[in-house]
Design a protein around this ligand. Structure first.
Ligand code: ATP
Ligand code: MG
Length: 454
């Protein structure tokens, strides 16, 4: 597949030693312009007309070469963000840690990034300003706080995360540029970090999550050195802001390969940096693992069928092992069930958000799904039938089935709610009425709180 080796880069830096520009001409790769969005083609063509370089890069090139459909189109250019915005009225600069330009075409957003360069730590900020108008910043531990040093195409390739994400497509000449054996890794179905793994994970620990995510999504194996450095660097994930971990959580579990991603996170012991409480429950209790696995499997199935999935449901499942354990403790100490559920939910969320942000628009439905598990226990009377109309019923019912699927004993509640939903509305009340007698469950025996000592 690789045909022409046109350049050998200097070997000043061990990372650059790997740089060897291979150009794959039009007739030797499968990328066709008709699979690229009009917006992306327009952006590249206008940048070229403005005298700049512009390439399709990242996931789009990778997925097109694998014969898949890219979910979005990213473009790399030598134009600065300001130069890009000057060319497109429908664009704006976003980000601080990593400044990029969003060019909007209706509902589609094309992300345009300026080639990233190597960090010259010897340069002071004003020298860096002279160099490119922007600069980088690293924390004492080596974490990249800002990454806005601009560079060449070759430098940009070396600063990307994985070799399979560092392939460039020139839509003017129809050529694919491969600097870092990305094509070889695509052919061998291998995820390989660019450069020295430990150094690249130190700069940005989220790359470890990206490694396991892409290995799951593409069903690739992980290169030995890329994998071996993970246990040594995993602790650095504790430095990542909770908001960024939440963004990454969405990509990990809402992209269609949640089950495989979970397996990889567990294999590399990375789940603990996202959900430490869950990770602990999973180690202690097989049922917790089964429940979380079932939730991920269901999510993947729903996505494959084109159904809607909400992060609230996945979060509810991930935190349920913690909530249900705490609920049992509180209930057996004499708390009323709703009160116990409320405070179990509160403490699970308070603990979780120390590590990963959970926006209120997700934490609220998540609480409701949990509290609904108690309401679903009531099967008699009009009130029970009315639950079906509640906006949270569907998610709560699915959650109940999930708990049963994971081996929780709910007294066959799930099949009762399945049957009643299948009945015409006028017969539902009758079925619920027939539960009237059964409903006379033994009164919950409240443990008396000991009287305070006289
Ligand atoms: P997809 O969009 O299908 O999830 P993608 O590879 O396009 O996959 P993005 O998150 O959209 O992933 O990032 C676009 C590109 O930017 C990547 O392909 C990679 O080259 C680069 N990139 C993203 N995140 C990092 C990172 N943390 N470190 C280095 N390069 C990165
Ligand atoms: Mg992308």
């Amino acid at each position: 597949m690789i045909t022409s080796v046109v350049d050998l880069r200097p070997v000043e830096n061990p990372q650059q030693a790997l740089i060897r520009l291979d150009i794959i001409p039009r007739d030797q790769h499968c990328i066709s312009r008709k699979n690229i969005s009009d917006g992306a083609l327009k952006v590249m063509s206008r940048l070229r007309s403005g005298g700049f370089q512009a390439y399709l890069v990242g996931g789009a090139v990778r997925d097109l070469l694998l014969g898949g459909r890219p979910k979005d189109f990213d473009i790399a250019t030598d134009a600065t963000p300001e130069a890009v915005t000057a060319l497109f009225r429908n664009s704006r600069i976003i980000g601080r840690r990593f400044r990029i330009v969003h060019v909007r075409f209706g509902r589609e957003i094309i992300e345009v990034t300026t080639f990233r360069g190597h960090h010259d730590t010897k340069l002071n900020e004003s020298q860096q300003d002279e160099k490119g108008g922007n600069h980088s910043r690293q924390s004492a531990s080596g974490l990249l706080l800002r990454d806005n040093v601009y560079g060449t195409l070759e430098e940009d390739a070396a600063r990307r995360d994985l070799s399979v994400n560092a392939l460039y497509y020139d839509s003017g000449k129809f050529e694919v540029f491969d600097h870092l054996h990305g094509l070889k890794d695509l052919e061998n179905r291998t995820i390989c970090i660019i450069g020295i793994p430990e150094q690249r994970y130190t700069e940005d620990p989220v790359r470890m999550l990206r490694v396991v995510r892409f290995a799951a999504k593409l069903d690739f194996s992980i290169d030995q050195q890329t994998a071996e450095a993970i246990p040594r660097c995993a602790h650095l994930l504790a430095e990542i802001p909770a908001a960024r971990l939440f963004d990454e959580f969405l990509k990990l579990f809402l992209a269609g390969s949640a089950a495989k991603t979970l397996d990889n996170l567990l294999e590399y012991d990375l789940l603990r940096y996202l959900f430490p409480g869950t990770s602990q429950c999973i180690q202690q209790d097989d049922k917790a693992l089964t429940l979380v696995q079932a939730a991920m499997g269901n999510t993947d199935e729903r996505l494959a069928e084109g159904k809607h999935v909400t992060p609230a449901f996945i979060l509810a499942a991930l935190l349920w092992p913690i909530v249900s354990k705490q609920f049992e403790v509180l209930e057996s100490s004499g708390e009323a069930p709703m009160v116990a559920m409320h405070s179990a939910a509160h403490s699970a969320i308070t603990e979780a958000v120390k590590h990963i942000s959970i926006p209120r628009r997700f934490s609220q439905p998540m609480r409701e799904i949990w509290e609904f598990q108690l309401r679903l226990q009531r099967r008699s009377g009009r009130k029970a039938v009315e639950l079906i109309e509640h906006r949270r019923f569907r998610a709560a019912y699915d959650f109940l089935l999930l708990r049963e699927q994971a081996g929780e004993d709910t007294g066959e509640l799930g099949s009762w709610w399945t049957e009643i939903q299948e009945l015409p509305p006028e017969q539902r009340l009758e079925k619920a009425a027939s539960m009237e007698d059964n409903h006379k469950r033994p009164k919950r025996i409240r443990k008396r709180r000991p009287n305070p000592a006289p």
